[in-house]
Design a protein around this ligand. Structure first.
Ligand code: ADP
Ligand code: MG
Length: 473
């Protein structure tokens, strides 16, 4: 039970209340008791002095002893205390309690002794006979500068302890009330913490069980609220990734099946048409074409798998001259352009553009862009390649006068398997993965890739790479 936040919070509050109220009540009751006792002592000493003054005049004559007792009785009624008058030897000359009193007896108590020494004697005691606490005060009776006796007062402290008892009961009641209230509110407050946490726990359990869509309501904008928001965000991210993965597998399977089906059909037909060498040649070359498509597709898929696997990691990079690299790639595709009757317009603003890169990956990017440009530009068109350096970046553009890309597809062409015209791309031997690989490779080099296009007029693909600061180390 103590493992729950609710229980711990409630218990902590209860403990705090008890501690605070305990300390307060001890101090308060002590202070009150002292105050009342001091006050009582002062009042009694004053009364005793008054009685002493009156008694002193009576003490001169022995015959006045009876009057002394009557006076003591009278005073006792007025100040609500027992009044005893003793002579200098401690003999009781007058006692307000006539029946069973000390009259005629010797009464030598410490308070009286102190009074006979000229001081005010006092004490608080528990009286067995009265079954309550009493205060005793004694003062000297002086006559002509001589101590002739003492006046002893004894009064019940019942009133004071009744009052203190009432205060104590009041504090206890208040403590119980505070405990109930605090217990209730602590439990309520703990609930506002624990409810969302319990919801998060159950949602996490659900996600682990495969139910990825979780949307927990955010109740407060506190730390738990932020956690909940992040959790919901994570849930939608996981769902999105899951969806992409499913789409990817479906797309890849579909792309793999198409050439395989074709190959299967061709092989079947080949069996029947095996006699005709011309047809056979044609079929075999078709099979070869489809096999090549499969190889291209699988190698693109492997590239992507490699890129996904090493997210954040870098493949070996070195300082190289981007201009030189572009020049080399163009040379390798120039014969293909010529064959298709395309003119090349190569513009080189800077002969050296130092970048930190993996040359194979950059070549792959350029090859893909040039391959697309060649594929999607009809005979007689032209391809322009531009390389130049900015303040901090190297900039490459590959432009063509081909079919162009409709505006709504311009961003989508960078998605995996996305092709504007499926049939046309397939006919050209495309996999739909080229541009997505390009973009990921450029991103890996801290660069960016984008496209501009006008349908029917042509497209331009750009990428920038950070220039290597040659002056730096
Ligand atoms: N230069 C271009 N001109 C017109 N369309 C292009 C060009 N480059 C790419 N595309 C479009 O973008 C799609 C995706 O390109 P890519 O990822 O390289 O796949 P693939 O070339 O295998 O079809 C292509 O199918 C095509 O529709
Ligand atoms: Mg391509």
């Amino acid at each position: 039970m103590l493992t729950s936040i609710r229980a711990r919070l409630t218990l902590t509050y209860i403990f705090l209340i008890l501690a605070v109220m305990g300390v307060i009540s001890v101090f308060l009751l002590n202070m009150l008791e002292n105050y009342h006792l001091d006050y009582q002592k002062e009042t009694m000493a004053n009364s005793a002095s008054l009685v002493a003054e009156i008694s002193s005049s009576f003490m001169q004559r022995d015959s006045d002893l009876l009057i002394l007792s009557a006076m003591a009785e009278d005073m006792a009624r007025q100040i609500n205390a027992r009044v005893i008058v003793v002579d200098s030897k401690g003999m009781v000359l007058g006692d307000s309690e006539r029946v069973g009193g000390y009259f005629g007896k010797s009464l030598l108590r410490p308070e009286i002794n102190a009074a006979l020494e000229g001081e005010t004697g006092s004490s608080v005691q528990y009286s067995q006979s009265l079954e309550q606490k009493v205060m005793q005060v004694a003062v000297p009776v002086t006559l002509e500068g001589e101590i002739r006796g003492a006046v002893f007062l004894s009064a019940s402290l019942d009133m004071i302890y009744d009052t203190l008892g009432t205060v104590r009961r009041f504090i206890i009641t208040a403590t119980i009330l505070a405990l109930v209230l605090v217990g209730f509110f602590a439990a309520l407050m703990a609930k506002t913490f624990t409810t969302p946490i319990e919801e998060l726990t159950s949602a996490a359990r659900q996600m682990a069980a495969g139910n990825l869509k979780q949307d927990i309501p955010v109740r407060h904008e506190d730390e738990i609220g932020q956690l909940t928001r992040q959790f919901n965000h994570m849930s939608s991210k996981v769902m999105e990734t899951n969806r992409q993965l499913r789409d990817f597998v479906a797309n890849a399977s579909h792309e793999l099946r198409t050439p395989l089906t074709t190959i299967n059909l061709l092989v079947d037909s080949l069996k029947d048409l095996a006699e005709d060498p011309g047809v056979r040649e044609e079929f075999i070359s078709d099979i070869q074409g489809e096999t090549q498509r499969l190889i291209d597709l699988v190698s693109d898929l492997l590239d992507l798998a490699r890129l996904d696997g090493q997210e954040g990691k870098k493949s070996p990079q070195k300082a190289l001259n981007l201009t030189e690299l572009v020049r080399g790639v163009i040379q390798s595709v120039s014969s293909r352009m010529e064959r298709k009757g395309l003119t090349l317009d190569y513009r080189e603003k800077n002969t050296t553009l130092p970048v930190m890169a993996n040359p194979d990956e950059l070549k792959q990017v350029l090859n893909n862009l040039l391959d697309n440009a060649i594929k999607y530009t009809p005979q007689g068109g032209s391809i322009r390649v531009e390389v130049r350096g900015g303040a901090r970046e190297a900039f490459v553009a590959v432009a063509d006068t081909g079919s162009g890309i409709p505006g709504e597809d311009l961003e989508k062409v960078f998605e995996r398997f996305y092709r504007v015209d499926k049939a046309r791309s397939r006919e050209q031997g495309g996999t739909g993965l080229g541009l997505s690989i390009c973009r990921e490779l450029i991103a890996k080099h801290q660069g960016e890739m984008w496209a501009e296009s006008q349908e029917g007029k042509g497209s331009t693909f750009y990428f920038v790479l950070p220039l290597l600061d040659v002056n730096k180390d």
